[in-house]
Design a protein around this ligand. Structure first.
Ligand code: C5P
Length: 405
């Protein structure tokens, strides 16, 4: 997470700050102050244990609002409605988020006001975990984070550094400035930055028929490409989504061209690239297709069957040869020597950058809703944390925007 001294403009934004019982709760005071300075209206909900780490008086003074901890006020019975809190907020930021609270969020446990608010919140939810390095690295915590991210919760990864335990490692809550920068980017985004631009996105798996019944294909779900098409369209671009087989609905504002084989995808992508400002090659295209397609179902015999395959055309390389000053982004999914192969592809297909997923990374690759990718360009490598595919799409489009002339 990059550190920044720039204060984002959060004027008029309503942020519900959730504080849980971690020693990092002391940083929530600074976080709250920074949010208020940035113009946000802040309300604070704390777990009962969080009160042991930072006083409600401190947080009430900084947020300029009373603190919410209990479901109701024992003095007068006034009800603290978790539903209206969730409705009020533009963003529910849980910082620090303990391993305990993260686990309860996964399980839908609702035994305090912060958790009931989480369960009823309709706004984006951001978590900034804070814990000891072994707790953070534990498979239970990692799986919980992966589940939350796949459900749309956004994660501000903890930093490496000295921990309250005296140990050194990853688990320290991200610095308040970095969290505010994240929230600022999320809530302050001008989402029509690509108005007047046109892009082609290929997505999904191609299908190479063997006979009228069988085919050769792969496990691509199309989720990553669809998320990119959606993100581009949301930022105001015209998008042609050349789609192989998927079970996904067409994102709003996107023109979808359905294709089956690699040859059909080639024709549709080349045609759409003509008037475009760029393309993202996200499809899992078959590299080989049967030499002959039988017009009758092949009958089984006693012996072996050999199907002769020939190479398909490389769509990305073809668009690369016609690139001009357009932006061209490719994907690489590898199982070994990932970075070497990705670098070769970068040059061969004239990509501006490659998004590398490794099947070795937990949470990356086919079907799932999360991804863990590395951007590779002529200047070097940038490894991103585990993110939802939608967030990865946002990062890809951010990077494309910097390249568009
Ligand atoms: O060479 P490889 O198939 O690993 O390269 C992957 C990249 O090239 C992806 O961006 C993929 O969409 C694209 N590609 C293509 N046409 C092909 C094969 C791959 O556009 N026939």
């Amino acid at each position: 997470m990059e550190r920044t001294t720039h204060t984002p403009d959060l004027k008029g934004r309503r942020i519900l700050l959730g504080i849980t019982g971690s020693i990092a709760a002391y940083k929530a005071a600074m976080l709250c102050r920074l949010l208020v300075t940035a113009g946000a209206e802040v309300r604070v909900v704390m777990t009962p244990l969080a009160k042991q780490f930072i006083t409600p008086l401190t947080m009430a003074t900084l947020s300029k609002n009373p603190i919410l901890v209990e479901f109701f006020d024992p003095e007068n019975g006034a009800w603290n409605s978790h539903v209206s809190l969730g409705e009020w907020a533009d963003c529910f930021l849980i910082a620090p988020a303990t391993a305990n609270t993260l686990a309860k969020m996964v399980g839908g446990v609702a035994d305090n006001l912060l958790l009931t608010t989480y369960l009823s919140a309709r706004c984006p939810v951001v978590v900034a975990p804070a814990m000891d390095l072994d707790m953070y690295a534990h498979v239970a915590t990692q799986q919980n984070l992966q589940t939350l991210v796949s459900r749309g919760v956004r994660l501000v990864e903890p930093a490496e550094g000295e921990l309250a335990s005296g140990l050194h490692g990853k688990g320290r809550m991200a610095e308040p400035e970095a969290i505010v920068a994240y929230v600022g980017k999320m809530l302050g985004k001008d989402d029509k930055t690509l108005k007047g631009k046109r892009f082609v996105v290929t997505a999904g798996a191609t299908i190479e028929p063997i006979d009228p019944v069988r085919f050769i294909s792969n496990h691509s779900s199309g989720k990553m490409g669809y998320a990119i098409a959606e993100e581009l369209a949301q930022r105001g671009a015209a998008v042609t989504l050349v789609s192989g087989r998927t079970a996904l609905a067409t994102p709003a504002g996107v023109e979808r061209v359905d294709v089956l084989s690699a040859a059909e995808m080639y024709d549709a992508a080349v045609a759409a690239f003509e008037g475009a400002d760029g393309a993202v090659m996200c499809a899992a295209v078959a590299d080989y297709t049967p030499m002959e397609v039988s017009d009758r179902k092949l009958k089984k015999g006693d012996g072996e069957l050999t199907i002769q395959l020939r190479r398909t055309q490389d769509i990305a390389a073809e668009l690369g040869s016609r690139k001009g000053d357009r932006v061209l982004v490719g994907f690489a999914l590898e199982t070994h020597d990932e970075e070497v192969h990705a670098e070769e592809k970068l040059a061969k297909k004239s990509f501006d950058f490659i998004v590398l997923n490794s099947l070795r990374d937990a949470g990356a690759g086919f079907r799932g809703d999360t991804n863990k990718v590395t951007f590779i360009d002529a200047l070097g490598h940038e490894e991103l944390p585990l993110l939802s595919k939608r967030e990865v799409a946002g990062r890809i489009v951010d990077k494309m925007e910097k390249l568009i002339r």
